[in-house]
Structure formats: C-alpha cells, structure tokens
Design a binder for this molecule. Structure first.
Ligand code: MLT
Length: 394
C-alpha cells in the first residue's frame, strides 16, 4: 500500500490548529490569565431569532409523519435555493436554481471542488490568503504559483499576460487582508481567465461585510463574462453566525464548459455521489436568514462586528501602526511593530497581554511581518484587548 505522499509536503498542522495548540499550552501554564481570542474568525453572536424559530418549527415537523424528511436533494432544497436566487437578484445577478448547490460550508467546497480538475492543472494563488486553497492543492499534488499581494498593489494583485495558469483563486473581500476588488479590477481577471481558458474559484464568504451602498461587487457574476470562467463559493458562517451550524452554497454556472465537459453537470454528479445534502432543519434555518426579518437581524450582528473593527482601528491609528481591512471586512491586517516577525509578535502579544491574533506568515510567505485580528469577538473583549494593547504600546 502506498500513501498519498503529497501530504509530506504540507506543514505538520493546519494554521488554526497550530494557533489553538499554542494557546492551549499558554493557558495550561497560566491558568489565572484571561486570554482574549482574536485569532480564528469564529463568530460570538448567537444565531438570530428568525433562524432559531425556523429551526424549532423544522424540528417539530420532523416529528410528524406529514412533515418528516428523509434523504433530501443532495444539491439542496428549492425553498432555500429560491431565497438565494432572490438574494443575488438584488445585485442584478440572475441565477438558475440548478446553478446553486447547498453545502455544509465553504471550506468543504473549497476542497471538494478540486475533484473536477486534473492534477496537471497549474494553480495561481494570491499570497497571503486563506490557507485552505494552498493545502488542498498540495494534498492533490498540483503545482502552485503564488502572486504577491502587498502594500504596493493594495493587496489586490492583477493578472497580466505573463500569468500562465489553469485555476486561479480570488478571495474578495480578502481573508486575511480585507482588500476588496472593484468591478474594473475583477473584469481584468475575468478577461484573463477567458483568454487563457482558465477557471476562477471565487471565494465570496465575506461579501456581506461590503458596505451595502458601495459600488464594490458582492459577486463575481456582476462581471460580464464571469459565468463562462468562474464559480463562486459562499458561506453563511460569517454572514449569519453558522460557523457551528454549517451551511453554505456554491454557484456553478451552466455555461462553464471545458474539454467538452460541463462543470455544472460534473459537480452535480460529484455531489450526488459523495454528499447526502445538508440537514433539512439547518436548511430551514438558512432559509430564514434570507427573509426580511432575518436580513435585518443579521445586519445588526454584522454592524456589531464592524463596530469592533472600528475600536481596533482607533487603537492602531493612535499608535501609528499600519493596517488595512476592517471596513468591508471583519479582519484587521496589521504590520507588526518594530519589524517583528509574525510568530514573534504573536508570541509577544500572547505572553505579555494574553491576546491571540493569527500570524500573517500562516497565510503565506508574503504575510510575514503581519498579524491578523478578527472583529468577531465580543464588544467587551475587543475593548479590553485594545486597552491592554494601548497600555503595552504606550
Ligand atoms: C479564518 O479565521 O480565517 C476562518 O474562520 C477560517 C475558516 O473560515 O475556515
């Protein structure tokens, strides 16, 4: 028996598992210190009322002969897909129901979608970026080229004719930098993909943080031509606090044809074979997120997190620390003071003031020298963390 030895090329553990282990070691040694976790982007606000009510109803239904649901459609129930269809229509994006696939979250789809592509494909990944793109491709043994995202290009690299790849990843609003592509910039990506017969895997997990009245695109399908070269992965985790509830969706347009094969049909074939769908109760909860009341409630939570970001921004500004993000994104991406390295600053913050961030270097080599803070903590913790930081830096 031979193992998949591509695993030998991975870091020993996934970024957030390493952070978790380090924090646990610190807490075991310092049981009296209150640690404030602003590392992994995990939400703290409870599920909103409409979601809870919808899930309660669904539970009751499941206890009756009439309302019981066994296996559902692997690609999700129409009642939820219709709501997502209307959500996209608000941005003038028209989707067919069969282009929407409900999943248990963006991370699963980020990994699973690679089933559709040959391992010979060359992959283009911005750096720094969400580490799951890199790790899932390494597991498959694909060759990765990294594109530098830095201060000079506002953390928004743009392709040119010298970029040769078959698969390109875009995360906008970006995790970790919070940078958001404009429509004009995305159009350059779409034109590049069409010209090079490449596919764009577009991660829109943070679209709900884009200011609603801004012109910034919330979906790549707002760009002409994108349905022929892009698929989009979305999540209810950050939008509606589903990190533990698990529900997301992926849009695979009917127009995605490569090598005489249709990607929508391939994905349907893949999902029906390897996935049995998201629980009925969870999909009813997800449906409620898109109701008028649900949207109002989740907006309150999003604004709460954005207020946390403002509090962090104020402290960093006061101490002249360079940072980006926090406006159309729940993340603040900051330059470590005194030229400290990412892990060095991570350790310094943890040991000195009990604050956990995520080291920028964990998002790629060009993230070295940066640290990411999340705005998903509670207001009280965020305020206390910034008071501690203010004191440390004063
Ligand atoms: C993050 O902190 O980057 C995210 O929470 C990780 C994830 O969404 O899997």
């Amino acid at each position: 028996m031979k193992i998949n030895d591509n695993y030998k090329n991975l870091e020993t553990s996934y970024l957030f598992s390493t952070v978790k282990r380090k924090v646990k070691e610190f807490c075991d040694k310092n049981p009296d210190k209150k640690v404030i976790r602003l590392g992994i982007g995990d939400v703290t606000r409870p599920l909103c009322k409409s979601v809870i009510a919808a899930m309660h109803n669904a539970v009751d239904e499941m206890g009756t002969y009439k309302g019981f649901h066994g296996y559902g459609p692997e690609q999700g129930y129409d009642f939820l897909k219709e709501k997502i269809q209307s959500y996209y229509l608000k941005n003038n994006v028209k989707l067919e129901l069969n282009e929407i696939f409900i999943s248990d979250g963006a991370k699963s789809d980020v990994g699973n979608i690679l089933d559709l592509f040959s391992i010979e494909n060359k992959v283009l990944i911005p750096d720094p970026v969400y580490p799951a793109y890199v790790d899932t491709n390494i597991m498959n043994g694909r060759k990765i080229t990294y594109i530098k995202a830095d201060k000079e290009n506002d953390f928004l690299p743009i392709p040119n004719d010298s970029y040769k790849a078959d698969i390109a990843y875009i995360c906008s609003p970006n995790n970790p930098t919070g940078a958001v592509y404009t429509k004009e910039q995305l159009k350059i990506w779409v034109d590049w993909a069409l010209k090079n017969n490449a596919i764009i895997i577009y991660d829109a997990a943070y679209e709900c943080f884009i200011e609603r009245d801004s012109e910034l695109p919330k979906s790549i399908f707002e760009i002409e031509g994108a349905k022929k070269c892009a698929l989009e992965i979305c999540s209810l985790s950050k939008m509606a606090g589903f990190t533990g509830t698990r529900c997301g969706y992926t849009v695979v347009p009917n127009d995605l044809n490569f090598d005489d094969m249709n990607l929508n049909k391939m994905w349907l074939r893949r999902q029906t074979t390897k996935f049995n769908g998201v629980a009925y109760i969870i999909q009813r909860g997800a449906e409620a997120v898109f109701s008028e009341e649900g949207q109002k409630e989740i907006r309150e939570n999003i604004n709460y997190y954005k207020n946390n970001a403002r509090i962090m921004a104020q402290t960093l500004t006061k101490h002249n620390i360079y940072f980006t993000g926090g406006v159309n994104s729940p993340y603040i991406w900051l330059k470590c003071p005194n030229n400290m390295g990412s892990w060095e600053f991570f350790d310094y913050l943890l040991n000195e003031i009990g604050i956990v961030g995520t080291p920028g270097a964990g998002f790629g080599k060009f993230g070295e020298g940066y640290l990411r803070l999340t705005a998903f903590g509670t207001y009280e913790d965020t305020k206390e963390a910034m008071e501690r930081l203010d004191k440390l830096l004063s």
